[in-house]
Design a protein around this ligand. Structure first.
Ligand code: FAD
Length: 424
């Protein structure tokens, strides 16, 4: 992703242009932990969408666009091919209509979703008369730190957010309230694309496994359970944030505890930084996130598993990170892949380090950072499963532990998905 600008620092300025130290609001970018991507970026949506389109094409996916869903028919019983849904789609270039049959239908068609309205699914949430204004452009400024994140506490427009973008551009964002401009009315809630991507990642692998007949359909129920709770948390944050930005107090915040409304906004940002980075999004126990019998790791199931650098035997440069996407991709092959992480010097062979043959691909954790961050007992080790970036399950590192993992996977996996053991 090169169509964006990497930022690691932030500055806060008061009404008179004086720098406020320590900084507020964006200062979380200076303290991002548990990921090798320890910076902030503000990728513009057009570039994200373009990248996704290129990747889809490279993966051989044919995108039907522009195309509009104009009708949906749903039956209670499947047809001979197992399909419940018939959707009528209109090619918006040729205006020709055609039907597509499917077992599942996903409404990813935006805030005014045709799918949602057609199926009578309620739209939850509320609206505001305040309007978010975002101006993207190249600006001439005397701001001392224009290529860092900034928060400017203005007297008349509340907090103004300053965000460097790609190609030398800058985004300036603030909230226009009814009092400031009576002609403005609108209802824009701040549901960023970040959340949409988390949603897509969450449903993507689940739907793929179910459609391919590799997982039980009950797996799909965990999507709403997990993502609804995350979205509700974000909306609650967003409501407060949008009120504080133009210097108004949200009903459920105690203004008596703050001398300055900007301090309240800063506190709120600190509280919600996990939504901004995505690193503190955690899901409750469910079919996938299963609390183990013992504490084999200090990471809670459902939590976003942290990154930790690992070395391949013999190498001294970090070869992978413990939360890298490769592990997730391997899950889509027919086998759940195992890695063995040995708390030993990278020069050693895995067997020398472990004293016994290793499972799967071997990585060395010579400084024991990964073991320590995951709270894994150095002497006994553990089996830790984290396939979509979140920790699912843990078991003891033994034959009994492997059986526990197989039993766990068997609750939602129905393919011949086994656990591959590489012998050395
Ligand atoms: C002015 C503005 C600037 C923003 N800037 C950013 C930003 O820089 N970064 C960021 O992360 N977020 C940004 N956001 C927020 C972001 O745009 C949304 O959160 C995000 O697009 C929501 O994604 P979505 O997939 O749910 O819906 P959408 O992006 O709205 O996608 C829905 C898709 O469904 C299609 N569709 C609609 N009806 C049908 C139908 N009947 N049949 C078939 N297809 C249909 C639409 O054409 C569209 O392609 C911005 C929002 C606004 C309004």
């Amino acid at each position: 992703m090169q169509q964006c600008y990497i930022v690691r620092q932030s500055y806060t300025y008061g009404e008179n242009g004086d720098r406020i130290n320590p900084g507020r609001v964006w200062d979380f970018v200076e303290n991002i932990e548990d990921t090798s991507f320890d910076f902030g970026i503000m990728p513009r949506q057009q570039f994200i969408e373009k990248t996704i389109r290129i990747r889809l094409e490279a993966a051989g996916v044919k995108l039907h666009s522009p195309c509009k869903c104009v009708n949906i028919e749903k039956t209670d019983e499947p047809d001979a091919d197992g399909y419940y849904i018939t959707a009528t789609l209109r090619d918006m270039t040729t205006r020709e209509e055609y039907t597509v049959k499917s077992a599942y239908l996903m409404g990813a068609d935006g805030g005014r979703s045709f799918v949602r309205r057609h199926l009578g699914v309620e739209f939850e949430g509320n609206t505001t008369q305040d309007k978010w204004i975002r101006v993207d452009g190249r600006v001439i400024t005397n701001l001392p730190t224009p290529r860092n994140y900034g928060s400017i506490q203005s007297a008349n427009h509340g907090n103004v957010l300053w965000e460097p973008l790609d190609h030398g551009a800058t985004r300036i964002g603030f909230v226009f309230t009814e009092e400031q401009e009576r002609r403005c009315n609108g209802n824009l809630t701040e549901e960023e694309l970040n959340t949409g991507i988390h949603d897509a990642v969450n449903i993507g692998w689940k739907l793929a496994l179910v459609v391919k007949g590799k997982a039980k359909p009950t797996l799909l129920e965990t999507y709403s359970i997990e993502r609804r709770a995350a979205a509700q948390g974000l909306i609650a944050f967003d409501r407060k944030f949008s009120t504080l930005m133009p210097n108004k107090w949200p009903e459920d915040m105690h203004k008596v505890s703050y001398e300055d409304i900007n301090a309240a906004l800063a506190d709120l940002f600190d509280e919600a930084q996990g939504y901004n980075t995505g690193l503190k999004i955690a899901y409750e126990p469910n079919l996938v996130n299963v609390v183990p019998a013992k504490d084999y790791t200090s990471i809670c199931v459902g939590a976003r598993a942290p990154d930790a650098g690992l070395f391949k035997p013999g190498l001294t440069a970090v070869s992978t990170t413990l939360n890298s996407a490769g592990h997730f991709r391997s899950f889509f092959s027919d086998t759940a892949k195992l890695d063995t992480i040995v708390s030993a010097d990278p020069k050693l062979s895995a067997e020398e380090g472990l004293g016994v043959p290793a499972f799967g691909t071997v990585y060395m954790d010579d400084k024991r950072q990964a073991h320590s961050r995951y709270g894994v007992n150095l002497r006994y080790g553990s089996l830790v499963l984290r396939l979509d970036g979140h920790l699912w399950f843990a078991a003891e590192l033994s034959v009994a532990g492997l059986e526990a993992v197989k039993m766990y996977l068997g609750k939602f996996i129905i393919s011949k998905m086994g656990i591959q053991q590489k012998t050395y």
